[in-house]
Design a protein around this ligand. Structure first.
Ligand SMILES: Cc1cc2nc3c(=O)[nH]c(=O)nc-3n(C[C@H](O)[C@H](O)[C@H](O)COP(=O)(O)OP(=O)(O)OC[C@H]3O[C@@H](n4cnc5c(N)ncnc54)[C@H](O)[C@@H]3O)c2cc1C
Length: 462
């Protein structure tokens, strides 16, 4: 049978919108990569059915399981609007993304083909008021983030970097002209943004950044390197943090794709968030006009205005990811039988599930309260760091338990858990590692700053 016919037959057994989406995505992917549709289509289509011929006992995550994680009915803490967004995004992710995302993750590709339908969800610039953006509250936006991360952490990071780093920086610290020029297009995802702070020599110690901005007539010359920049290989807009030659303080600049002197190269061989295209960036006498400088940034401290909000969203990401892992496991233990009964009937398996469930519920509550503190205008950096560090730590426990519950299938991306297991590692590290956030929270708890080693000065002198 011709591969296209076979695809059609299989697709007819699917929900209509999912089938359309799979046809659309597979067709474009195969063409764009010059692979045969047979090769790619068959693999992805059988995954789409949630059915592996070699292991018919259990459904794969291509047919994403129903939500089973809300044991304490946390949904009841949400407003009708927040619940509605949650359900809308959940439905989109389960129908359109779950059937195809494992393949993109395996190939370490960003699913560009999904961007138009993703943009139609109207989530970009979620908390920004005006400029054609949704202007929703933090919790409503967080509900979108967790439902994305529940199915795929990479897509949630794509949105976070674009929306809660790049767009937010322009909205909070840009000129009116920059906002008018960029935010409308970014809100529709016609323009994609990224945010370049980290450098090869300055990760946790970002405030020591060494990229320079030298004042020249009519603009600035940027020189230096950045590392790990999410969406960086294809972003239209890069927000670059650099030290001004005039003031010695950190400023920020908008650099457009294709600007001479600016080069972004994909970081290969990543084992987490494989769909996210992280870039190494080089700026060599890269000229940007005066109009590209964000007037609201006058020192490194201004990064905190952005990170205060983005860190809340990053604290929510492991909640969504852990929910997805729990949901997959809850279905798996009903389907999989050993020693004559479903895995769910074994005491050890139940204990693992309960530990996962307790963590998911506690993580949700921590992030919800953090969001409420922010909305009340009283959230501190120490509180944000406490929740970010704690949620990633507990998230690590959830994915490790999930990986055990699935046995051998716990190391296959088909069942989502292995993918989530790897992806959680990026959450644990970015926007401040677990350690650095724990130390910020520790400073809040003790009043003593322990981030700088007492030997730092001596080592430099030595
Ligand atoms: C997938 C991914 C996406 C990212 N996306 C972006 C992005 O879009 N934009 C951007 O600007 N950056 C991005 N980052 C960079 C990220 O923020 C940094 O990786 C992070 O801040 C840690 O820096 P580092 O990797 O250089 O580790 P290092 O700072 O070298 O840390 C190494 C280890 O030392 C520990 N350590 C460091 N300092 C201390 C201390 N004072 N006390 C105790 N322990 C300490 C750390 O906790 C860690 O365990 C991304 C990173 C990843 C992995």
């Amino acid at each position: 049978m011709h591969p296209n016919k076979r695809l059609n037959v299989l697709s007819q057994q699917l929900l209509p919108s999912a089938a359309d989406s799979v046809q659309h995505v597979l067709g474009r992917v195969a063409c764009s990569e010059g692979e045969s549709q047979d090769q790619l289509g068959l693999q992805a289509t059988s995954a789409q059915l949630g059915h592996s011929p070699a292991f018919p006992q259990c459904s794969t995550a291509a047919d994403f399981p129903p939500a089973a994680h809300d044991a304490l009915e946390m949904d009841g803490l949400l407003t009708p609007q927040e619940r509605a967004i949650r359900l809308r995004v959940r439905s989109y992710m389960e129908r359109n993304v779950a059937p195809v995302i494992a393949g993109f993750w395996e190939r370490a590709e960003f699913p560009h083909q999904l961007v138009p339908s993703f943009a139609a969800l109207d989530l970009a610039g979620g908390n920004i008021k005006g400029y054609g953006c949704p202007g929703l509250g933090i919790v409503a936006n967080a509900m979108a983030v967790i439902e994305i991360a529940r199915v795929d952490a990479s897509m949630s990071t794509f949105l976070l970097v674009h929306s809660y780093l790049a767009m937010l920086t322009i909205e909070l610290l840009g000129s009116e002209q920059q906002k008018q020029e960029l935010l409308h297009g970014m809100g529709k995802l016609n323009l994609v943004g990224c945010w370049a702070l980290t450098e090869p020599s300055n990760g946790s110690d970002a405030s020591s950044l060494t990229t320079t901005a030298t004042k020249v007539p009519g603009g600035w010359l940027l020189d230096g390197q950045k590392r790990w920049i999410g969406n960086g290989t294809f972003a239209d807009i890069t927000v670059v943090w650099a030290r001004s030659s005039e003031s010695g303080q950190v400023n920020a600049f908008i650099v457009r794709k294709g600007t001479p002197g600016f080069k972004a190269t994909k970081i290969e061989n990543k084992i987490a968030l494989r769909c996210v295209q992280n870039a190494d960036m080089v700026f060599e006498r890269c000229f940007v006009p005066d109009s590209a400088r964000l007037p609201g940034v006058n020192s490194f401290k201004d990064t905190n205005k952005v990170l205060a909000i983005s860190r809340i969203m990053v604290a929510w990401q492991p909640v969504g990811l852990a929910m997805g892992v729990y949901d997959v496991c809850a279905r798996y233990v009903k389907q999989r039988e050993q020693f004559g009964s479903p895995l769910g009937g074994f005491q050890l398996v139940q204990e693992r599930l309960v530990r996962m469930l307790g963590n998911v519920q506690a993580m949700f509550l921590m992030a919800l309260q953090l969001s409420k503190l922010y909305e009340a205008g009283s959230m501190s950096h120490e509180q944000a760091s406490l929740v970010k560090s704690w949620n990633t730590l507990r998230g690590r426990e959830v994915v490790a338990l999930g990986r055990e519950v699935l046995g051998g299938n716990g190391i296959l991306t088909d069942f989502n858990v292995a993918k989530a297991f790897c992806d959680l590692e990026a959450f644990y590290t970015y926007e401040g590692t677990y350690d650095v956030n724990a130390l910020v929270a520790g400073r809040g708890a003790t009043g003593v700053a322990a981030i700088k080693s007492p030997s730092a000065g001596k080592a430099k002198r030595g």
